[in-house]
Design a protein around this ligand. Structure first.
Ligand code: DI6
Ligand code: FE
Length: 402
């Protein structure tokens, strides 16, 4: 980046600041990579305006969208499984028959780093075109030390190639690889004693995730993973209570997890544990829709306990083949009954919190200048209509993107 200071000014815009819509026509001044000034347009001073480039007026500004839960790097696809599910097979049936996640594992192991990168690029570009400035990308389709690191390297490279922030998460405990059939404890030992140390040593992972379900790993096994992550200074997250109630969310909260995700089967004790730990509840309506789940996440109880709710795509080839974050705003409202304000906060301020990014996901003075300008009249429209092409401009790190 050049050392030349940049100063950009927007006036007369409607702002959703990550928590709420601000009442007056507002102005924003960005200086370098930070938001330097946020005030009603009428309150701008000569000093605010001096040396600033005037950007187009009008429209809605939000923080850049934060997609805090994706599995964007994978080989192959699961269109065949989609058809099987339409014929009545369940996600668990397919997993038990060696399909599902494992079929993506074979395709991912057989793909080179370059091939995985090339396949992920258009998926990530689709997120970008829909307003994403920060994305989390999980591994979890390699399930060997070499293949998990390969996936994380691809994720890092995506972040170096495209103008957005990529946070990487090691999801070694996603499924049991065929070499460890009948020996889940042995595989968890590999995750704890080799995978996590290697990912930490190479700086490839920002966090560690687990799949705590009866079709995946037990709370005891997940706890070992959390302890290994802590020994290596890595934050933790969990896929929990999506298909069964094992208490994974409460366990994650006890280990100070950044987030627990899915949560359809979450109970009151889990919610209380999350509230006490400040663990974010990440809601994934794309997976709920794809799997045609019947059980809703306990949104009202999460509200009552003041647990922040994030919303993400869960973009993956099996349970959520969706690469359009604003669609998730709509689904979070339509399926889960979030308000449009909650859905937007879920994909901005609370999404950033689910990634442990303290100065991202809000429009406030001093915060990172990751911003979106939308050609809509009100923020609620972003959740109301499902329509590509409304993003007028994306600003990443203070730099307007072409
Ligand atoms: N939960 C999910 O939604 C994804 N993984 C997980 O643990 C699904 C991954 C897949 O089906 O490929
Ligand atoms: Fe997931």
């Amino acid at each position: 980046m050049s050392g030349k200071p940049t100063r950009l000014l927007w006036r007369d815009i409607t702002i959703f600041d990550g928590e709420r819509e601000l009442p007056a026509p507002m102005a924003v001044v960005v200086a370098n990579d930070r938001i330097a000034r946020l005030c009603p347009s009428a309150a701008l001073t000569a000093a605010d305006v001096a040396g600033a480039t005037e950007m187009a007026c009008g429209g809605v500004m939000t923080p850049g969208l934060v997609d805090c839960h994706t599995h964007l790097v994978f080989g192959g696809n699961r269109a065949g499984e989609f058809a099987l599910r339409l014929e009545g097979a369940s996600y668990a049936d397919i997993a038990h028959a060696g399909g599902g996640i494992l079929s993506t594992v074979y395709a991912t192991r057989n793909a080179s780093e370059d091939a995985l990168f090339a396949a992920a690029l258009p998926r990530l570009s689709a997120l970008l075109a829909d307003g994403v400035t920060t994305v989390e990308i999980k591994s979890g389709y390699g399930l060997s030390v070499a293949d998990e690191l390969k996936m994380l390297r691809v994720a890092r490279r995506l972040g170096e190639t495209l103008p957005l922030r990529v946070r990487t998460t090691l999801l070694g405990a996603h499924a049991l690889p065929p070499e460890f059939d009948g020996d889940a404890d042995g595989y968890i030992r590999l995750v704890c004693e080799e995978m996590i140390p290697a990912a930490a040593a190479e700086g490839l992972a920002d966090a560690v995730d687990v799949f705590c379900e009866d079709i995946a790993f037990s709370p005891e096994q997940c706890e070992q993973v959390f302890e290994a992550a802590a020994r290596h200074g890595l934050a933790v997250k969990a896929h929990a209570e999506q298909l069964s109630r094992l208490g994974g969310a409460a366990l994650a909260a006890r280990h100070h997890a950044l987030s627990a995700d899915h949560l359809e089967y979450l109970d009151e004790a889990g919610i209380a544990a999350m509230a006490a730990a400040g663990t974010v509840a990440t809601l994934l309506p794309g997976a709920f829709l794809t799997l045609r789940e019947a059980r809703l996440p306990p949104v009202e109880a999460l509200r009552r306990h003041g647990v922040p709710m994030a919303v993400a795509t869960d973009a993956n080839p099996g349970s959520s083949p969706f690469f359009m974050p604003t669609l998730m705003l709509n689904l979070a409202c339509t399926l889960f009954r979030l308000t449009p304000r909650e859905a937007l906060a879920g994909m901005t301020a609370h999404g950033a919190r689910a990634l442990g990014l303290p100065d991202t996901g809000r429009i406030a003075e001093g915060w990172r200048a990751d911003l979106c300008l939308w050609d809509v009249a009100r923020p609620v429209e972003l959740a109301y209509a499902v329509q590509a092409g409304r993003l007028r401009q994306r600003i990443f790190n203070g730099i307007p993107q072409p």
